[in-house]
Ligand binder design. Structure first.
Ligand code: ADP
Ligand code: MG
Length: 629
């Protein structure tokens, strides 16, 4: 035995390793850079392990040697060398670690990898192929290692990746591992110093040990998120944000949190100052990177946060994830799903806290980024309740530009009020002056103005808040009569209301004139100053939702749908309607023109007018008549 160790041995790779090497070597790579990342991350692991061991071990070899990674490039001889002063490997460990795959379920892994390589070779980069990826760039790889154990002996492992490797004793090694990659002819760029610096900056910048190229530390930024919050300076956070977010602004909010249960999480999330999408830069990619023990697993990860939180920048580090988890496995992993859920909940809770702490700052955030929360409310059922707490709207009880929360609204609801009312409008002044708000003003009931088209979809998805139904004021079955209001709720006794039979006859006639364009014509109980209003008998659809969906149909080249499903309410206390009732008897043609115009005006106020040409023509006819002396 002892004798054997003094000479060179040749060993066969395990069958699985051969398969893996076959895939790695005989592929063309677009993502070759990753082999450097893999070797650096192994070096970092080895340093972490050493650091850990040296805490408990009484005696370690080369105890004075600093913990660091050194990268040498030799452009003449086309080699890339990665040296760490970590835990090192004994001859036995070299054999076990670099001759077999320790992977549990390595067969599934290999099958997946082979499948990916067949489909799209660039996919291979997504797999943590670990040490063996060295053969992506190397025609020959030599590993010289000396374990930290005081009595160990140095050993060299060497292979060209084709089926076997050699082990031979090596004297005079320092603690740790030196990996010499003799580069393939078409991979000589990896002996370029600049190239290496760039790769390190991109993938390994937060490795918590210095990575030196030509004596100079390349990784400037530390794994900030793993440090104690109290010890991190504000500037450091900002610098880190700028680095990972590729940003020039200062972050608006920052959430740095750690958790041990149900998962070990270390997360540092930032909300930027600018909403890039709003500036017209197109849809953002996720800005959060996934790390496992400070090693980058996935940049711009789409798996750890929902899409509607894509404006966040930062890192999430979870020790519970396997470092070599594949992209596919990330998508499918229950662990990752759990991680996503915990992070999302935590971030939403953070926003609730921020809103409490500094409402003004929060409202500014909401003005710029609220659209993402609304997207979340419509897409992610699971976080509905949390998001609802974060929404802000203008209302009839606020000054223009000031916002209320649904909780604010509920707190000051009138006696007997069980619903939260809202109405959509293109602007506050449009909403305020429209016919829908009249009944609320009269009774002094607060009404929310939803000023973005998506708002009605949001309200619709939420359905309720705190047990109170969210109801659009353009609903046909709106009933405010049970609410004890402080306003002038007495029905104004109009001097000369239409007789019930006359009103009924007028109603029937209006329906006849408008035909299929309305579902029903109804004598209104809600109107005060307007002659007529369009309302929705289909309880859940609002006019704004209808308009948005119409626009989508038109965009797709489909014909807009006939409306027909709305009710028209007429105000039989209104002078115009009363006069119309008389006009019917004297000049029915003109009366028809007038009610058509009233209907179109109501459609405009509901935001439902698609083509105004006919309406404009008709209004000229009416004006002509009105100006006739
Ligand atoms: P993983 O890092 O996922 O374990 P790798 O294929 O990258 O898989 O590495 C296999 C094993 O080889 C590691 O688990 C480690 O034990 C050993 N190893 C690789 N590189 C080094 C190194 N630089 N120093 C010490 N051990 C190493
Ligand atoms: Mg590894």
């Amino acid at each position: 035995m002892a004798k054997e160790k003094t000479k060179t041995e040749t060993k066969e790779f395990q069958a699985e390793v051969k398969k893996l090497l076959d895939i790695v070597i005989h592929s063309l790579y677009t993502e070759r850079d990753i082999f450097v990342r893999e070797l650096v991350s192994n070096a970092a692991d080895a340093l972490e392990k050493f650091r850990h061991q040296s805490l408990s071990e009484e005696e370690v070899f080369d105890s004075h040697v600093p913990l660091e990674i050194t990268i040498d490039v030799d452009e003449k001889n086309h080699t890339l060398t990665i040296i760490d002063t970590g835990i090192g490997m004994t001859r036995e460990e070299l054999e076990a670690n670099l001759g077999t795959i320790a992977h549990s379920g390595s067969n599934t892994f290999l099958a997946e990898l082979a499948e990916a390589a067949k489909k799209d070779i660039s996919l291979i980069g997504q797999f943590g192929v670990g040490f063996y990826s060295a053969f992506m760039g190397g025609k020959k790889v030599r590993v010289l290692s000396r374990s930290y154990l005081p009595d160990a002996e140095g050993c060299e492992w060497s292979s060209d990746g084709s089926g076997s490797y050699t082990l031979s004793p090596e004297k005079g090694l320092r603690r740790g591992t030196k990996i010499i990659v003799e580069l393939k002819d078409d991979a000589r760029e990896f002996a370029d110093e600049e190239k290496i610096r760039q790769i390190i900056k991109q993938y390994s910048n937060f490795v918590p040990f210095p990575i030196k190229v030509k004596g100079e530390t390349v990784n400037t930024v530390q794994a900030l998120w793993t440090r104690n919050k109290n010890e991190i300076k504000e500037e450091e956070y900002v610098e880190f944000y700028k680095f990972i977010g590729n940003a020039f602004d200062d972050p608006r909010f920052r959430l740095h949190f750690t958790a041990d249960a149900p998962l070990a999480i270390n997360a540092l999330l930032f909300v930027p100052q600018e909403n890039i999408e709003r500036l017209g830069f197109g849809r953002m990619k996720s800005g959060v990177n996934l790390y496992c023990q400070k090693v980058l697993i996935e940049q711009h990860s789409e798996n750890i946060l929902p899409e509607w939180l894509r404006f966040l920048k930062g890192v999430v580090d979870s020790e519970d994830l396997p470092l070599n988890i594949s992209r596919q496995a990330l998508q499918d992993s229950a662990l990752v799903a759990k991680l996503k859920q915990v992070l999302t909940k935590r971030f939403l809770k953070f926003l609730v806290e921020q809103a409490k702490e500094d409402a003004e700052k929060y409202n500014e955030f909401f003005a710029d980024f609220g659209i993402y929360l609304k997207e979340g409310a419509t897409m992610d059922y699971a976080y509905r309740d949390e998001i609802a707490k974060l929404l802000r709207f203008e209302s009839s009880k606020t000054e223009a530009g000031k916002l209320v929360s649904l909780a604010d609204y509920v707190e000051r609801m009138a006696e007997g009020q069980k619903e939260i009312y809202y109405i959509n409008g293109p602007s506050r002044s449009a909403a305020e002056s429209g016919p829908y708000v009249e009944a609320f003003k009269k009774r002094d009931i607060e009404i929310i103005y939803t000023l973005e088209p998506i708002d009605d979809f949001v309200m619709n998805h939420l359905g309720e808040f705190d047990g109170n139904k969210l109801v659009s004021a353009d609903r046909a079955d709106l009933d405010l009569s049970t609410i004890k209001s402080t306003g002038d709720s007495e029905q104004k006794e109009s001097e000369s209301s239409l007789e019930p039979e006359v009103a009924e006859s007028l109603r029937g006639w209006v329906k006849e004139v408008l035909g299929d364009r309305v579902k029903e014509v109804i004598t209104s109980k809600r109107l005060v100053d307007s002659p007529a209003i369009i309302v929705n008998p289909d309880g859940y659809m609002t006019s704004t939702m209808e308009r948005v969906m119409q626009a989508a149909r038109v965009e797709k080249g489909e014909a807009p749908q006939e409306l027909g499903n709305k009710n028209l309410e007429i105000n039989t206390d209104h002078k115009l309607i009363k006069q119309l009732s008389l006009l019917r008897g004297t000049d029915e043609d003109f009366a028809r023109n007038v009610i058509e115009q009233v209907f179109d005006n109501a459609l405009i106020q509901a935001g439902l007018m698609v083509d105004p040409r006919k309406m404009v023509q008709r209004s000229y006819t009416i004006l002509e008549k009105a100006t006739k002396i």
